[in-house]
Each structure stands twice: as C-alpha cells, then as structure tokens.
Design a protein around this ligand. Structure first.
Ligand code: F6R
Length: 293
C-alpha cells in the first residue's frame, strides 16, 4: 500500500484530485467508483474547480440507504447530485448509484455487479474509511470476499451518520453496498482519511493484521492501493517516517508535473509518456507527485 501523508486534509485531497484528473485526461471514458460522506467533500470541490471533461466518464457509487428515494435529501443520490454531478458535465446515463427503493435487492445487486463488469471494471475506486475500518458499508465482520448486497449498519456507523439525517433514530438500518470483493477488483483503490478519529482505523488497515474486524485491512492484499492521509489520521502509524521518506524520494519516472489544469509529464512503469496541455503546448516544469507504483 502506498501511504501519502500530507500536513492538511486540503493537501492530501489535492494529491487525490490530481490522481483522478490524470486518469480522466488519460482515459476520458474511465470508470470511477465514488464514495460519499464528509471525507470526499473537499475532493469533489477540487475536482469541480479543475473543470475536467466528464462527458464520457462512467461512475459507480459504493452504496445507498435502503428505503430512501433518490430525491430524499439524505440519500446518496441527492448527496452526489449536490456535491458533484450537478457541477460537472457528466452524462446522466453514465451515473450508477444503488437503488434504495428496489423491490428485489438480490436481483438489483447482481445487476449492479454485472453493470460494473460490462463497463470493463472499475479503474479507480475512491474510498473513505469508517471509524471502525469499514469501507463502503462493509461493516466489521463483513466477508472479505463479499459482493454487492444488503448490509445492516452498526450503531456506531448510524451514530457517525446521524448528522446527515438530523438524528440517529432517523438513520436507516439497512444499506446496499458494493462488497469488499467488488472493491478489491478495482484496478486502483484511492483511500482518503482525515482527522484523529480515523487514526486507529488507519493504523489497523495499514499496519494491522488482515481481518474482517477492520474491513479496510483487506486492501493490504490489493495490488495498488494509495492512502492519502493528513497528519492526524496518520498519527498512529508506526512506519510514518518511512512512508514520508518514500514519498519525498520518488524516482523521477514516478513524478508528474504539473498538478492542476494542465496535464504535464507522467510516466508509468518504465515507459515515459509526454502528455501535453489541451492546446498542445508543453507545460511549465513545476513538480508534483502523484501516487503510482
Ligand atoms: C460512503 C462510504 C463510507 C464512508 C465512511 C466514512 O459512501 O463508503 O464507507 O466513506 O463511513 O465516512 P465519513 O467520510 O463521513 O467519515
């Protein structure tokens, strides 16, 4: 797992935003798995400011509450519309979010899995992490091989999400969520975590045993996971000095320039690719680093 520790949530988010921007520019019809919650709010704001071309991008959200209509103010449909989709030029037909009102949950879930496969699989899956290590709504003790299905939320997760509903008692008990096995098939997992309350979950996910008691620890078995953390979320990591050194000393072929609206030079593996800005001119040589190994 690649661990990128930045001083603030803004800086950690900027690394993630650059990673997504590069993907969208390199592969305009990329398939991106999206998350909701407080963590990606800043990321969505940064992505909107980047004015990327989302016309061909296809998205699959991780989860939705069972029993909530798409237009319910606390549904993840509403969340995504408000915080990302209505600000970008994505095509409605390319957006996929689990249907909280489906009458046949198992049939819906297998169709969702099929749609992901038909899209060619997920290129990049964005992830937050729960205070107990859940990813998507795969609560502790979820099968590490699980697929999209219904899950029952723990009281901790319902409490953590009470703010979106105006009270814990209003938070639904059930959700539809991509499984851990589904998430593990994404070609790149990009996890964000900020704040001290995520420090224990992050330490377990990155340096603990692989266990269903911390579902994010399954990402240790994923060939390409990047975790973008602020100092507080990283505060319980034993190897943090090592992660910082690794990131500060990346070989040139792993660096990209520049971070925002241009495209810059990126290399993947040994093959260096010269990418140009949209008008075809070379870009200034200010250096930023993105995950990629
Ligand atoms: C939401 C999701 C959840 C959240 C997690 C953290 O789509 O997948 O796993 O990422 O509950 O939530 P926040 O970001 O609100 O701390």
């Amino acid at each position: 797992m690649e661990i990128i520790i930045q001083t603030t949530p803004e800086a950690a988010t900027a690394v993630a935003a650059r990673t997504i921007a590069l993907l969208v520019r390199k592969k305009p019809d990329a398939v991106i798995g999206l998350a909701t919650g407080c963590t990606p709010l800043l990321l969505y704001r940064q992505l909107i400011e980047m004015k990327l071309d989302w016309r061909k991008v296809r998205t699959f959200n991780l989860d939705e509450y069972v029993g909530l209509a798409a237009d319910h103010p606390a549904s993840y449909h509403s969340f995504m519309a408000e915080h990302l989709f209505r600000h970008i030029n994505i095509a409605r037909k390319n957006i996929h979010i689990p249907d909280g009102l489906t009458r046949d949950v198992p049939a819906f879930c297998s169709r969702y899995e099929k749609q992901i496969k038909e899209a060619g699989g997920i290129d990049l899956q964005l992830l937050g992490i729960g205070t107990d290590g859940h990813i998507g709504f795969n609560e502790v003790t979820s099968s590490l091989a699980s697929r999209t299905r219904i899950k029952t939320l723990t009281s901790q997760t319902r409490l953590d999400n009470a703010g979106f509903f105006g009270g814990e008692e209003k938070v639904p008990h059930h959700v539809i969520t991509m499984g851990i096995g589904t998430i593990m098939e994404a070609r790149h997992c990009l996890m964000l975590a900020f704040g001290r309350k995520k420090a224990r979950a992050i330490a377990g996910a990155v340096e603990g045993a692989v266990t269903a008691m911390n579902p994010a620890s399954a990402l240790q078995m994923h060939p390409r996971t990047t975790a973008c953390l602020d100092e507080e979320a990283a505060s319980r990591l034993k190897m943090s000095d090592y992660y910082r050194w690794v990131y500060a000393n990346k070989p040139d072929w792993q660096k990209i320039q520049p971070p925002f609206n241009g495209v810059g030079i990126i290399s993947s593996g040994r093959r260096h690719k010269q990418l140009l800005s949209r008008n075809g001119t070379s870009l200034p040589a200010w250096t930023a680093r993105v995950p990629g190994s």
